[in-house]
Design a binder for this molecule. Structure first.
Ligand code: ADP
Ligand code: MG
Length: 318
């Protein structure tokens, strides 16, 4: 029997609803809710591979590390290790909630989380121009010390203080791809590509090495969807549908777009905000250009309805 495989990229709001709900307990409850919607998909016959964002979680890990360094002299973990930590904690919450929900419904299906590394090109131009602010604000003096001692790139952030910036290179290869494929084949609900993956580079001798960078989770999940020839790339975010002329009086919510329309809108530059919706549309475009049939963008509570064609924005190859 041919399996229908969906790559489901879940956004920050599936884990942290708002600023008042950032505790571990709140994140667990948010994951529990998202798990219900994903098990609905499983009941509807989908094999799912789940990826997730990790921006706020890595932010918290860094914040704690900064305080611990200042107050107790504990050394800070490099960014790739912070990414690995976030995959563990988020993966755990998703795995357990999916297991509980499957059990409640009497579905006998195993769940597993794969710690995943994503290879980026060490010559990616993003490394020459790091743009992604990360961690807390510093004084100019603190920033200079960090630049000197840890090689950080630091910038002055609009009069608010100094911040570390890191590169956001494009994901090129998924190190654990074969393991992920084997899990899907075995019918195991798989969680992977957390935060786009732990960024690593491949050295001349083939060895891998972590780098201080961040990868866009929508790009990372799009890459996985292409590599496994997924039937669907589902991006679960904070909005029910995608709009054109977003945030203007001409705003129009879309039920569907073709690949060509999506490319034209993205090129116009005014429809999808950079850093939020634009990378999601780009992620869908790359998936469809590589032969994917359909990409869907909606919010967690509408996943079921959107899959039945009742809401969400469906992007198709033609
Ligand atoms: P995630 O954590 O899921 O990656 P983001 O905040 O990065 O979420 O992106 C989703 C957000 O993009 C929405 O909440 C919405 O505010 C914003 N957005 C920007 N442009 C659009 C658009 N054209 N249509 C719908 N939402 C948009
Ligand atoms: Mg985002």
């Amino acid at each position: 029997m041919e399996k229908k495989v969906a790559v489901v990229a879940i956004g920050g709001n599936s884990l942290i609803k708002d600023n008042a709900h950032q505790s571990c307990q709140d994140q667990y409850l948010a994951a529990k809710e998202t798990a219900k919607h994903i098990v609905d998909m499983i009941e509807a016959g989908w094999e799912v591979v789940i990826g997730h964002g990790n921006g706020p979680q890595v932010g918290f890990i860094l914040q704690k590390a900064e305080i611990a360094e200042k107050q107790a002299g504990l050394s800070m973990a490099p960014l790739d290790v912070c990414g690995a930590q976030s995959q563990g904690q988020i993966g755990y919450m998703l795995v357990q909630n999916l297991q509980n929900e499957l059990k409640t419904r009497g579905i006998n299906k195993p769940v597993a989380c794969v710690l995943e590394q994503t290879i980026v090109d060490k010559n990616d131009p993003a490394f020459q121009h790091p743009t992604k602010p990360i961690g807390g604000f510093m004084t100019e003096e603190e920033a200079n010390i960090k630049a000197e001692s840890d090689g950080w790139t630091v910038v002055e952030d609009a009069g608010r203080g100094w911040r570390r910036v890191v590169a956001s290179p494009l994901p090129m290869e998924i190190v654990e791809l074969d393991a992920i494929k084997a899990l899907i084949q075995a019918g195991i609900v798989t969680i992977s590509i957390g935060g786009g993956g732990i960024p690593v580079i491949k050295n001349e001798d083939g060895s891998l090495e972590g780098v201080s960078a961040v990868i866009d989770k929508d790009f990372g999940n799009s890459l996985l969807a292409r590599k496994i020839n997924a039937d669907l790339l589902l991006i679960s975010t904070a909005v029910e549908k995608v709009a054109i002329n977003y945030g203007t009086p001409e705003q129009k919510w879309l039920d569907k777009m073709t690949l060509d329309e999506a490319k034209a809108y993205l090129k116009e530059g005014k429809h999808f905000k950079s850093g939020s919706m634009a990378p999601k549309i780009q992620a869908c475009i790359w998936f469809l250009e590589a032969g994917g049939k359909q990409a869907l963008i909606t919010n967690p509570e509408n996943i079921g309805r959107a899959l039945r064609g009742e809401t969400g924005t469906m992007i198709t190859a033609a």
